[in-house]
Design a protein around this ligand. Structure first.
Ligand code: AMP
Ligand code: GLY
Length: 423
């Protein structure tokens, strides 16, 4: 279920599984159509999705994006006996409510920024007094990545509180969380769990700002690479032991077992690894780089997770290579992406081994056109960061998309680290 670059990467990998007889995607995109039969199901109409699954005797549903998870699609399918990869509505609160997650962390001693949960503007403005600047203000619910402000002044902090309670984020802004600012480098860490067994599933870093040098407005992510070597094996073990495992155990103990992929946004602070936030799904574009490095059978892994028998499988294996993806976006993204721009050159871009995942594309007759903000992901794998970077950019350059643009510096942090290590 889903239609972005993340879902193209999942479909590409699922199609390679020895367990995968027939793959459907809803709604999918023209890239996904190379691996799957596209169907149009309304993800909000659970009865319609279930009827399709029963008619086609679907053996596994993989839900890509957060909205249907938070909406309880996994419960509706699982309740009718359809195996699903993705958490229940209750468990997806880990992404759907910042306050839920902060309170879970508090109950289980999971390291994260100190916080206050507030339900009115007045309460929020008063609570700010207890936090030094910078301070972080978050709308409680899903706000399409727009609900978080890292305020560098008191005025900005107050403005962010007022904005949330002005109704700008709808139901997502009925409550807010005010958080202590954490200083450090961010890394994303993925774990797969069936509610009991937890297995690490790789690390990544993404670039959220639209412009080179990490400037300009926030986006869904303009590029990513995996692994994030800043998350050393020691730090990864710390994250598992102090953050991921207590979360999975806490959720199970509280009657909301979490099944699916748990995507932890981590801050590597001087006092140790702390949780910034959870997502209840794979990252986009982080999933694209994970799939290029993952060496196992994805359907086997996701089905074992759905069927609560993850303990019977060997731990996921990844290539030691670096994978790097460059997001090619439509001009105007993230505010007002130009729609309909012509696209070509994908076969040429893939000729030397890179993989181009489709994110926001559509067919206009026979012609491939842009149909979204993030349009394509030029993705490559190599035995060094700089080689992966070169290969991904060589692929991006072969793509014809005059209405598009991309950042020129994806992976700069990791490439600098690598250059330093080699010096
Ligand atoms: P979130 O949507 O919670 O991931 O927040 C978006 C971004 O805001 C994160 O990727 C961080 O860069 C930043 N952020 C969120 N919470 C904090 C915090 N407590 N301290 C510092 N930065 C934060
Ligand atoms: N790339 C960030 C996310 O998927 O949330």
């Amino acid at each position: 279920m889903g239609s972005g670059g993340r879902e193209h990467a999942l479909a590409w990998k699922l199609a390679q599984s020895r367990l995968c007889g027939k793959l459907f995607a809803s709604p999918g995109n023209p890239g996904i159509a190379e691996h799957a039969e596209l169907v149009e199901l309304n993800a909000e109409n659970h009865a319609a999705v279930l009827a399709f699954c029963e008619a086609q005797r679907i053996g596994l549903v993989v839900i890509g994006p957060e909205a249907p998870l938070v909406d309880g699609l996994a419960d509706s399918l699982r309740g009718a006996g359809v195996p699903v990869f993705g958490p229940s509505k209750a468990a997806a609160q880990l992404e759907g409510s910042k306050a839920f997650t902060k309170e879970l962390c508090e109950r289980h001693g999971i390291p994260t920024a100190g916080f206050r949960r507030v339900t009115t503007e007045a309460e929020g403005l008063t609570a700010l007094a207890a936090f030094p600047i910078p301070v972080v203000i978050k709308a409680d619910g899903l706000a399409a990545g727009k609900g978080v402000t890292v305020a560098m002044t008191q005025a900005e902090a107050e403005g962010a509180v007022r904005e949330i309670f002005s109704g700008r984020f709808g139901a997502a802004g009925a409550e807010a969380v005010i958080e202590e600012f954490m200083d450090g480098e961010e890394a994303s860490f993925f774990a797969i769990t069936d509610g009991h067994t937890v297995v690490p599933f790789g690390s990544a870093q993404d670039h959220k700002r639209v412009g080179d040098g990490d400037v300009g407005p926030n986006t869904g992510g303009m590029g990513a690479y995996s692994p994030a070597r800043v998350l050393t094996p020691l730090l990864e073990a710390e994250a598992l032991e102090r953050i991921i495992v207590p979360t999975v155990q806490g959720m199970a103990a509280e009657g909301m077992p979490y099944s699916g992929v748990l995507y932890a946004g981590l801050m590597l602070t001087r006092e140790g690894v702390k949780l910034i936030e959870y997502n209840a799904r794979f990252g986009d574009p982080e999933c694209q780089v994970l799939m290029l490095r993952y060496e196992g059978d994805l359907a086997e892994l996701l089905l074992a997770t759905a069927e609560s028998r993850l303990a019977t499988l060997p731990s996921p294996r990844f290539s030691d290579d670096t994978a790097l993806t460059v997001v090619i976006a439509a001009k105007g993204y993230p505010d007002a992406p130009v729609k309909g721009g012509a696209i070509g050159g994908i076969a040429a871009a893939e000729a030397s081994g890179a993989k181009v995942f489709h994110a926001g594309t559509a067919l206009n007759g026979d012609e491939l056109v842009a149909n979204g903000g993030r349009v394509l992901n030029a993705t490559a794998r190599a035995n060094s960061v700089s080689a992966a970077q070169q290969a991904a950019y060589a692929a991006a350059e072969k793509i014809y998309f005059p209405d598009g643009f991309y950042r020129r510096d994806i992976g700069w942090r990791e490439a600098e680290r690598e250059a330093k290590d080699q010096a």
